[in-house]
Design a protein around this ligand. Structure first.
Ligand code: GLA
Length: 338
């Protein structure tokens, strides 16, 4: 009896709600919860460890702030456009992107505007039809020239450490100049080598057609064929992959590891290489924190969507040299390896 009495007001309430039409029930009862934040993270080369570590950082931000993250690989322009449509259909409010081609910038911005999506670029900055950076789109990426300079200085220092005769040494600069961040890095590296005193006429460019290991392997192979007189090579490139391909090319041509010094950029795509028990010509890498780029870009986007806080227009990240001697310790500190 007691129980029935206590239940009466509840029952009355239920009758009241079911008795109302749906519209007034939803407006007069507790306000609807805000739509959950759902964000996309699109990358041009999902097979590259760099981008997998960016995703890891973005996932950490999603856990911290409780938003949903949709990760997609977008290897070409068509995939980008399809991805944007599917993000909208899935209720996503914004996305971070490393575009497969920076000249797609204006088309991506137009589509995002049309669909009401907020957008942040990471790593590769959009370029407009007149060749200028699209500074209206928030960007986070490497301090490319500075990191390149540090790569060049480190190559020179290691060459001196080994007391290599400059007359027998040359530089293989694997380049991808159509991408600004890549060109700024390799230009910075070459400039630092020249400033340190390395002869300009012994610095050779090997342009990559594609930004993967086969692309840099082929580029370096052509250069090695053209210069059979060179006994020792310093190898630089825009990232680890660029340098790794060139290292494989030197091995294919019979160079001993001790006659090659290669320094990459990223620090994420050379872990297996640095772990090899028999050292290769890959000496080290300028480590930049991919997880922190992933975390920060998606966190900025989250605040933008949720609180309307506009992200800063241009945020740059720095790098430090890792080598066989210290990479395990530094990568562990960075949360890149366990
Ligand atoms: C470019 C490269 C990547 C990585 C990022 C870092 O996108 O392709 O390997 O170096 O820049 O910003």
């Amino acid at each position: 009896m007691k129980l029935t009495l206590r239940l009466l007001p509840v029952l009355a309430g239920l009758i009241f709600i079911t008795g109302c039409d749906k519209k007034s029930a939803s407006t007069s009862a507790t306000p609807a919860a805000p739509a959950p934040v759902k964000l996309g993270y699109l990358v041009k080369q999902p097979e590259e460890p760099w981008f997998q570590y960016e995703w890891k950082g973005a996932e950490a931000a999603a856990r911290k702030h409780g938003f949903e993250l949709v990760k997609l690989g977008v290897q070409d322009g068509e995939k980008v456009m399809t991805a944007l449509d599917s993000l909208v259909a899935g209720g996503v409010q914004g996305f971070v992107i490393c575009t497969p081609d920076v000249r797609l910038g204006p088309a991506i911005v137009a589509r995002a505007k049309l669909k009401g999506l907020k957008l942040i670029t990471v790593d590769d900055r959009f370029v407009s039809a007149d060749g200028k950076f699209m500074s209206e789109v928030p960007y986070m990426g490497m301090s490319a020239s500075k990191i390149g300079e540090a790569q060049g200085q480190s190559l020179y220092a290691e060459m001196q450490q080994r007391s290599w005769p400059v007359a027998e040494t040359a530089v293989c600069a694997v380049t991808f100049e159509e991408l600004d961040t890549a060109r700024e890095r390799t230009d910075g590296s070459v400039a630092a080598l020249k400033a340190a005193g390395f002869p300009a006429d012994r610095i050779f460019k090997a342009p990559q057609k594609t930004t993967d290991v086969p692309g840099s392997f082929d580029a370096a192979n052509i250069l090695l064929t053209q210069h059979p007189e060179v006994k020792r090579w310093l190898v630089l490139g825009m990232n680890d992959t660029a340098v790794l391909g060139a290292i494989r090319a030197t091995e294919g041509r019979g160079f001993a590891a001790e006659n090659i010094i290669g320094i990459g950029i990223n620090g994420t795509d050379c872990i297996d290489e640095l772990r090899k028990t028999k050292p290769t010509g890959f000496f080290g890498s300028m480590l930049v924190s991919a997880p922190s780029e992933g975390f920060k870009t998606s966190e900025m986007l989250y605040h933008w969507v949720k609180d309307g806080t506009t992200p800063p227009p241009d945020t740059r990240t720095t790098g430090i040299l890792i080598t066989r001697a210290n990479f395990e310790q530094i990568l562990r500190q960075e949360g890149i390896i366990e």
